[in-house]
Design a binder for this molecule. Structure first.
Ligand code: NI
Ligand code: MN
Length: 225
């Protein structure tokens, strides 16, 4: 499994030869101006919620790639009504895709579309594929529901928001990693806007001091799991 950080909350995941793209927000992110959205591969686009900073580039990418849009019922149907391929899910449900199993799990946040219309309830994804298991939290507060995830799935990596203001901060992400029983964390949803700027060294140090690993990738950088 190869994981690429495209900035903000956008993650590319390659499982076998299938490309899964999560929450594409690239063209609106000045920090990601070196990423060309016209070359990003996507067989599936997973969306955690309907906020602009998670769906901005969905249609541009889906038009070119014919990707299947996977999200909660309201978001998936919204894109389905516009003619895109879609797969609706809801909280607690999972599905075996050709790259692995995906479960839509709880998040504490909100989920309106940019025009204010209803985008269902926000979520995160647990993905089991190629003998690796990852959790993508989406935008969320720290929540006790995270404790449910390791009851079913032994995680190899947790991708957690750490920028505060709109989501958890680094200290809550540290507690989340306990709840998730996963010491390997990839931080996201930080630095994009003034509200969510963080001190990288301090953040990594906090994890290191607890015997855990917080990875912060450069935009465009990948890791192999
Ligand atoms: Ni959001
Ligand atoms: Mn967000």
């Amino acid at each position: 499994m190869k994981i690429t950080f495209y900035g903000h909350a956008c993650i590319g995941i390659r499982i076998n030869d299938i490309h899964v793209l999560v929450d594409p927000f690239i063209s609106g992110n000045p920090k990601a101006s070196h990423i060309n959205i016209d070359t990003i591969a996507a067989d599936y686009i997973l969306l955690t919620h309907a906020h602009q900073d998670h769906i901005l580039d969905v249609e541009t990418i889906a038009k070119r790639t014919d990707a299947v849009i996977v999200s909660n019922y309201e978001i998936a149907s919204h894109f389905g009504a516009k003619g895109y391929h879609y797969h609706p899910m809801n909280h607690g449900g999972s599905w075996d895709f050709n790259f692995g199993n995906v479960k839509y799990v709880n998040a504490i946040h909100s989920s309106s579309f940019p025009d204010g219309s209803y985008g269902g309830q926000p979520g995160g994804f647990v993905i089991e594929g190629e003998h690796k298991n990852i959790y993508i939290a989406g935008d969320t507060a720290l929540t006790m529901d995270m404790k449910l995830i390791p009851m079913r799935t032994k995680l190899d990596l947790a991708i957690l928001p750490i920028g505060s203001n709109f989501t958890m901060d680094v200290d809550d992400a540290l507690i989340a990693s306990d709840f998730l029983d996963c010491d390997k964390v990839l931080g996201y949803h930080f630095d994009t806007f003034g509200y969510i700027e963080i001190n990288h060294d301090k953040a990594k140090r906090k994890f290191f001091d607890c015997g855990k690993d917080l990875m912060l990738l450069e935009i465009g950088q990948s890791i192999d799991l």
